[in-house]
Design a protein around this ligand. Structure first.
Ligand SMILES: *Cc1c(COP(=O)(O)O)cnc(C)c1O
Length: 224
């Protein structure tokens, strides 16, 4: 047992208001670290590599909810479709289609978030806000009965400039609220705002996040 994981986890929990879900990001950490967090009551974990997740899924208790938080290639969807609880980083219509197809094959409905690209970095995946709006207004996604769009996910720029981070989170929040009063008016299950990581999750919560994805602050540095 690694006592620091338990105390880090409790520390993060203590700072989160009611109603904010904590995704413990366990990528590149061993199953034993997850077991420690599990023993401390954590049931929601985030992973970003299909093969690593498959191994952990096999080895660990089945009441764990797994969120796929990384960039997901369409040819990997079928491996996680039977058991994934949420796919957080849907960044293209093509990926959404594939998730719908594989969910149908597994006779289930898969919860997803659409990933926004707001950060300044070129390399980040995701829909620019205008593209996301255009896609949702287009309405083609309504035909996909085996995916449920639960909300939005984004990563802020990797910077120490708190004002910039706040600006980016606030843009995501504003867009969420816009969708809530337009495309998703009267859709109570469109309810999830996933932003905030180890270094910025408190700022994220101030800016309306209700799902934070925290790895390093719980498990320490990743073992690549
Ligand atoms: C790795 C990762 C995290 C966690 O990052 P930390 O800085 O370790 O908290 C959160 N979100 C996504 C999408 C990630 O890939």
């Amino acid at each position: 047992m690694d006592n620091s994981i338990t105390s880090n986890l409790n520390e993060v929990r203590a700072t989160l208001p009611q109603g904010v879900a904590l995704v413990a990001v366990s990528k590149f950490h061993p199953a034993s670290s997850i077991e420690t967090a599990y023993a401390a009551g954590q049931r929601l974990f985030g992973e970003s590599h299909e093969q690593e997740l498959a191994k952990k899924y096999e080895a660990l208790p089945k009441d764990i909810k797994w969120h796929f938080i990384g960039h997901l290639q369409t040819n990997k969807v079928r491996y996680i479709a039977p058991y994934i609880s949420m796919i957080e980083a849907v960044d293209s219509p093509k990926l959404l289609h594939e998730i719908n197809k594989q969910a149908l094959r597994n006779n289930r409905v898969i919860d997803v978030l659409l990933e926004l690209h707001i950060a300044a970095e070129e390399t980040k995946y995701g829909f620019p806000i205008d593209d996301c709006r255009q896609y949702l207004v287009g309405g083609e996604w309504r035909e996909m009965s085996n995916v449920r769009i639960r909300g939005l996910m984004m990563m802020a720029s990797n910077t120490d400039d708190a004002r910039q981070i706040r600006r980016e989170f606030s843009s995501a929040l504003r867009f969420f609220e816009e969708l809530k009063s337009t495309v998703f008016a009267n859709v109570p299950t469109f309810d999830t705002r996933s932003w905030g990581m180890s270094h910025d999750y408190l700022l994220a919560v101030e800016c309306g996040s209700n799902m934070v994805r925290v790895g390093t602050k719980i498990f320490g540095d990743r073992q690549y």
